[in-house]
Design a protein around this ligand. Sequence first.
Ligand code: NCD
Ligand code: ZN
Length: 350
Amino acid sequence: MHDATPPRLTIRRPDDWHLHLRDGGMLKGVLPDTARHFARAIVMPNLVPPVVTAEQANAYRDRIMAALPEGMTFQPLMTLYLTEETDPDDVARAHAEGIATAVKLYPAGATTNSASGVRDFAKVRPVLEQMAEIGMPLCVHGEVTDPSIDIFDREAVFIDKILKPIRKKTPDLRVVMEHVTTQNAVDYVRDTPKNLAATITTHHLIINRNHILAGGIRPHYYCLPVAKREKHRVALVQAAVSGDRRFFLGTDSAPHNDPAKLQPCGCAGIYTAPVTMACLAEVFETADKLRQLEAFTSLNGPAFYGLPPNEETITLVKDGPFDRPDRIETEDGPVTIFDPGFPMHWRVDA
Ligand code: NCD
Ligand code: ZN
């Protein structure tokens, strides 16, 4: 008789360094999927209206904690939405009092609920200088919004036209390039020894633009920044599995209900929270780098943010493949769960 014990992998409990939890009925519906596997998450502030002030961040954190089911533990790390009116002193106070972990920069119009973002980067100089001084990280949605720039080039152009000048003027500013999607971004981060890191999503490690567009249009694979061609996906996988401390997981799990996704002008965002750990185990195993999974999900992020890694652990078990639920039901309607397009063999042991 052969040994039937399935492979197991125990790692420190992961964190999610870029997450959309929304509010109200949607928050209630999606929060357990994150809290089940992740200890902490950097919570995006792109609500309507956005989370701009320390006071708003405090109130949002209270709503998140009130939505957390009995018996679950989870620590939301709050962010402030940077506007041209943001007060540098409010930001400094939010940081000093532990209310906000980071500030989020959306170029105005770049993505979902970014209308209050930044148009004129000169106007946010005082805030960026204040942040550089106090060591508060800036999370950047790195895409230009110029309609004349092709959507597949917007990240690469942002790096050259916006990010490099900001980093040159404020080299002490700690920057996280969020949800990077290109070889260009990976190279830029690799070439920068200090004060720059990048999050990589679950879905950008798995899909390229063919998955969205070839053989029919698939709205559930549409997100921003949009997935690029295969060579970029391969560069992202190499960065993620490399163990390089500058790359860590930010799922960008971004729930929209199905009616909002499935319309003539559907919303950008992919809901990956429930399947992220199973997907990542598959991706890392395929790359023969399972031993680097913990660095990507549980060690590199805390190191950049100056926080201790989690003491608790989770165990992944390889006894699949599994039937994956297609969607979750929320008070805000059904939300389709990301389909990686391959069988998932690993699961998080309850
Ligand atoms: C995000 C959302 O829905 O809030 N959408 C997305 O496609 N990633 C916003 C964002 O992170 O760009
Ligand atoms: Zn996002």
